[in-house]
Design a protein around this ligand. Structure first.
Ligand code: ATP
Length: 442
């Protein structure tokens, strides 16, 4: 009873109103439908740890799709059912998504394959989870509302800050759990239990991770690199032999650790700039991880990981194109400060922001770092105020000259020769009056 009151108080005090309201709605629908529902997994773990987590996963003792449809009749939301797994995603008008699952158990046909699903009890449902700390179920409705179901010692392990699997075959059934272990260890500051550490090392030695589909490994790697301090997690992957298991081409040492730290600083700096587009962090760290790998090796790695095309382009082609520009800036060293805006823009134009941040992170020369920041903060988005139509109105014929003048006008702005619209107009008039046209421009 005391525990129950404590948990109800946590729900009351630690959750934003939006989530409290959602839990109330869910409880009401569950009462009407006569089913028991539970919040499970990371949400309950983080509630007890005092960590913010708005990702509510709900398990329905019964059919989750039928429950989702009942919820839809009650609230303004859309339902995306997944018949095969008897799960549903409920999407609310503000974009918030809620995952609903039926109590279920899973059978693995072979290590690393996707599981088969069968309806089962709550206990069996919780048994299929990765670590004990993720096996708590919190009753959301009825007289047991607020009660924690703890079949596998989750509260003890939360208290001991220990990560433990539920059974000896856990890493064999799903080897991606090894990567999840490193992620939770680092994020929560937990340690692998002794037996779990032993099981993990055996699974690494037996090469189980290599049996997992590329996309699942990539998914976990992306999550890991998206954590606040991925450098520490990478060092741990090395220690456990997991980085080698992902790819023998990859290495991670003290100097890369430094690049990771610098990349973190560059990302923080970038995100504090006004009006920048949202940035995915993991590609910047992945670029760091590629270090000095040759383009062909990166291509092989992307192939092996099933990297989606958009990222492959960044890691292979665009990275390849960035290399000479990095080298040129490094060669200039101190003299980089003397580059005028248009010269710097000529070097860095076209590089995506991830590669600009990588450039900042990798260099050991402060003037080079400053050159990148000068480009990102000012020059990168600087465009003339006049456009093609304005130039035509001033008498410039449509054709190659128009393009050349617009480019040169941008250079003039980058170099601080013109600042206002009037100055741009004057600059164009002078060009049109005095300039000797080349053959192509005529
Ligand atoms: P995060 O805060 O990173 O989202 P989470 O614990 O909520 O952590 P999810 O990846 O959202 O993790 O997964 C939700 C729940 O599903 C987890 O709490 C875990 O119990 C379970 N789960 C996810 N992946 C696995 C897996 N590979 N094996 C077993 N259980 C898993």
């Amino acid at each position: 009873q005391r525990d129950r009151r404590h948990v109800l108080r946590l729900l009351e005090t630690r959750l934003p109103r939006r989530i409290r309201q959602l839990l109330d709605d869910l409880a009401q629908v569950a009462e009407v439908e006569g089913v028991n529902i539970y919040a499970v997994g990371g949400f309950v773990r983080d509630l007890l740890l005092g960590v913010a987590n708005l990702d509510v996963d709900v398990v329905v003792e019964g059919n989750a799709i039928a429950f989702a449809e009942a919820l839809q009749r009650q609230c303004d939301c859309r339902v995306r059912p997944h018949e095969k797994f008897v799960t549903a995603v409920v999407i609310f008008p503000d974009g918030y998504k809620l995952d609903l699952a039926s109590t279920r158990t899973e059978y693995y046909l072979q290590p690393g394959a996707l599981p088969l699903v069968e309806q089962a009890s709550l206990k069996l449902d919780l048994y299929r989870r990765d670590f004990t700390i993720n096996t708590l179920a919190l009753a959301l409705n009825g007289p047991r509302q607020g009660e924690l179901t703890d079949y596998f010692g989750a509260q003890r392990d939360l208290h001991d800050k220990a990560l433990r699997v539920l059974h000896n075959l856990s890493f064999v059934e799903d080897p991606t759990r090894m990567l999840r272990a490193v992620r939770f260890e680092q994020r929560l500051g937990f340690t692998l239990g002794q037996h779990t550490a032993h099981l993990l090392r055996s699974a690494v030695q037996m090469g189980f991770l290599q049996r997992v589909s590329a996309s699942r490994v990539l998914h976990e790697l992306v999550l890991l690199l998206g954590e606040p301090q991925p450098g520490r997690a990478l060092a741990r992957l090395v220690e456990l032999g997991l980085l080698d298991a992902i790819s023998e081409e990859l290495r991670f040492d003290d100097s890369l650790q430094q690049h990771f730290v610098q990349a973190g600083r560059a990302i923080n700096w970038y995100e504090l700039l006004p009006e920048v587009a949202p940035l995915e962090h993991w590609p910047v760290y992945f670029l760091c991880l590629l270090a000095d790998l040759k383009t062909t090796a990166v291509e092989r790695l992307c192939q092996r990981l099933g990297m989606p095309q958009r990222y492959r382009r960044l890691f292979v082609e665009q990275r390849h194109e960035a290399w000479p520009q990095y080298h040129q800036l490094e060669r200039l060293g101190q003299r980089v400060e003397q580059l005028c805006g248009s010269e710097l823009a000529r070097l860095l134009d076209g590089l995506p922001v991830e590669l600009l941040l990588l450039g900042m992170a990798r260099t050991r020369h402060q003037p080079v770092r400053l050159a990148f920041s000068r480009y990102v903060t000012g020059l990168r988005c600087l465009r003339p105020m006049l456009d093609g139509r304005d130039l035509q109105r001033l008498g410039c014929p449509a054709g190659p000259l128009l393009g050349t003048l617009l480019r040169q006008l941008r250079d003039a702005r980058l170099d601080g020769q013109v600042h206002t619209r009037e100055e741009e107009l004057a600059w164009v008039r002078v060009q049109l009056a005095t300039r000797e046209l080349t053959k192509e421009e005529r």
